[in-house]
Design a protein around this ligand. Structure first.
Ligand code: G6P
Length: 610
């Protein structure tokens, strides 16, 4: 969680740090700050509440000479964990010679504070767990340790997760980086070297990167860098080339990243599908073909994920059980990682993640690697992520960078990848052919679904303008799409939204129904349609304002409702296509209520803390 960027350069670095922070604000935007050093050993700090644009603005109004001209710096955009949103709790934190930024959570910060208080009186400035790291490093260095050995000692003492970048005021031509549980990457430039919690922050400046492994420590200078193990042994580094991707820089032509990312879905789904399948089946040179071989003996699947990716897993359970007859369980990673999991013989573990860095999902993958699984597979959008590097197998989603905090194109590519996977492990040739046919036409079906945007904006969104609460219903795989629809609406518009398998309504939620409550239903006209209609009637008898997305054949006959008719499409991919109008609904409702579709309050895109 939080975003970090740092640089050792020969030219003033303030603008670079601001640009980097703006790229990283998807990781948190409660507040941001930077520290800049000059070669005389001066270190200046600036902080501002809110997104990095506020820091930029405040530095334009008021800046000292070190911040304006210093060439070595580090910066941080915060998603508050310990301590309220305030300038005092904003990073960087400093103590004596040491100034640092921290990403992660130090679980034993109180113990370390207590230990330090025995030998060192220090007046802490913040409520954060992070400040204790600056105090600890200062304490160790004032006892004669170097920055490197102090970081090594620190790593033995702390419990939890960290990615840190630190400057020593006595040696301001270098910065130090360390990683344990939170990703850090070094960027190699021509006349500067960089560091960040995500290569995205650096990609406009360099295409050459070195990812730090767990426990590694690095010293970065303007023209060189050196990586060390956690016990101080110099280590060689593997450089990775990541071509610059202009598409992640802006939402030119759209009013928001969310609008752009919703609109990109047909194209990215097409790219994903066509790289793995064609009319004759799964391409022999695709990753999917390799995965097919490794899953030959699979008897069960355990899917683990968080958030929207978890909802994708819920849909995938239907794919694997309906089309391939493979028993599948789906679990949120924060639960899976801490319980005793029974792993039957020939079970494969699948983790699914947009970022590939979500702390709970990564920990679940690491646990799975220690268990007796047939293999571990990750479905992930970020090729360079920890999950892709650590799983035995990976299927990359190829959705391009997703900036909007609420996941859209990553979700529908996850579903498309899961359906391809189900087709891969399906032994019934007829079913497999029909799945592949529907996958190949899916991009066009999604294009048709996007055409409903204005109708949703004009007819459906106004129903939610003043509401505080609503329900999403579906049956079968559409109950999982309802869960995703409710998540999208609540995280963006702040309307309380709950999803239910429609048959469960009578066991409690029906008590909520009155004339005011909007009820969103996906009714694709599948084999459960008659049952769904009965559930709709149960609600209708008690009030409810219906918004129903249905096929032309499955229009439900109610007096009071907004019925949005979906284009003709195959039922095998209906759950993917029906996710799109629910995204559009959340988008238009959020706009109507004047909220931010890209950066909902209290949330962040990448959750690299527990
Ligand atoms: C955060 C994001 C969600 C995302 C979840 C899991 O909560 O705001 O949009 O679904 O993390 O992230 P992952 O990268 O693992 O899919």
């Amino acid at each position: 969680m939080c975003g970090i960027v740092g640089v050792v350069s020969s030219t003033p670095c303030k603008d670079f740090l601001i640009r980097g922070l703006k790229k990283l604000e998807y990781r948190g935007y409660d507040s941001s700050g930077m520290a800049i050093a000059d070669l005389e050993g001066n270190v200046s700090i600036a902080k501002a509440i809110g997104a990095p644009v506020n820091l930029d603005k405040s530095l334009r109004e008021n800046i000292d000479s070190t911040l304006a001209t210093g060439t070595v710096g580090l910066a941080h955009t915060r998603w508050a964990t310990h301590g309220v949103v305030s300038e005092a709790n904003t990073h960087p934190h400093s103590c004596g010679r040491v100034t640092l930024v921290h990403n992660g959570i130090i679980e034993n910060h109180a113990d370390i504070k207590a230990q330090l208080s025995v030998s060192m009186k220090y007046n802490y400035q913040s409520q954060t767990d992070s400040e204790v790291l600056a105090v600890l490093l200062e304490h160790l260095m004032s006892n004669g340790e170097t920055m490197q050995s102090a970081i090594q000692s620190m790593s033995e003492m702390v419990k939890g997760a960290y990615g840190i970048v630190a400057i020593d005021a006595n040696k301001t031509d270098e910065i130090w980086v360390a990683r344990s549980g939170s990703p850090m990457v070094i960027g190699l430039g021509e006349d500067a070297n960089y560091v960040a919690s995500d290569a995205l922050a650096l990609n406009a400046f360099t295409e050459n990167f070195v990812y730090l492994d767990e426990g590694q420590i690095a010293c970065i200078k303007q023209h060189s860098y050196q990586i060390y193990s956690s016990v101080g042994e110099p280590q060689s580094a593997q450089e990775t080339h990541i071509p610059y991707k202009a598409d992640c820089d802006s939402h030119v032509g759209y009013d928001s990243f969310m609008a752009k990312e919703i609109d990109e879905q047909p194209d990215v789904i097409e790219r994903l599908i066509r790289s793995h399948v064609d009319k004759s089946g799964i391409k022999a040179d695709s990753d999917l073909f390799l995965i097919k071989g490794k899953l030959r003996n699979v008897k069960q699947l355990h899917i683990v994920a968080c958030g929207t990716s978890y909802n994708a897993g819920l849909v995938a359970k239907h794919f694997f059980e309906d089309y391939a007859g493979i028993p599948t369980s789906v679990e949120v990673a924060s639960e899976y990682r801490y319980r005793a999991v029974a792993v039957p013989e020939n079970t494969a573990f699948i983790c699914v993640s947009q970022s590939g860095e979500t702390a709970d999902t990564l920990a679940a993958l690491r646990k799975a690697k220690e268990s007796k699984y047939l293999t571990t597979l990750t479905l992930c959008n970020v090729e360079t992520s920890a999950m892709v590097r650590e799983a035995d197998l990976h299927l990359t989603l190829q959705a391009g960078t997703e900036i909007g905090v609420a996941s859209t194109k990553a979700f529908t590519t996850q579903l498309s990848a899961f359906l391809m996977l189900a087709a891969t492990v399906c032994e019934d040739e007829e079913k497999q052919i029909s799945l592949i046919d529907s996958l190949l036409r899916l991009p066009d079906d999604c294009r048709s679904a996007l055409l409903l945007s204005n109708e949703i904006k004009v007819n459906a969104a106004p129903i939610f303008e003043k509401t505080n609460s609503c329900l999403f219903l579906g049956r079968g795989e559409q109950s999982a799409i309802a869960a995703e629809g409710a998540l999208k609406l609540k995280e963006l518009s702040y309307i309380h939204a709950e999803a239910y398998a429609a048959g469960e309504l009578k066991h409690g939620p029906l008590a909520l129904i009155d004339n005011e409550i909007p009820v969103v239903v996906n009714a694709p006209g599948d084999c459960l349609h008659e049952k769904l209609v009965s559930n709709i009637e149960e609600v209708n008898a008690r009030g409810g304002q219906f918004v129903i997305f249905s096929s032309k054949e499955a229009v439900v006959d109610l007096d009071e409702m907004v019925n949005i008719v979906m284009p003709p499409l195959p039922l095998t991919t209906a759950c993917i296509t029906y996710a799109i109008p629910l995204q559009l609904l959340a988008f238009h409702v959020t706009k109507l209520r004047g909220e931010n579709v890209d950066k909902p309050r209290n949330l962040a895109k990448s959750i690299s803390v527990e």
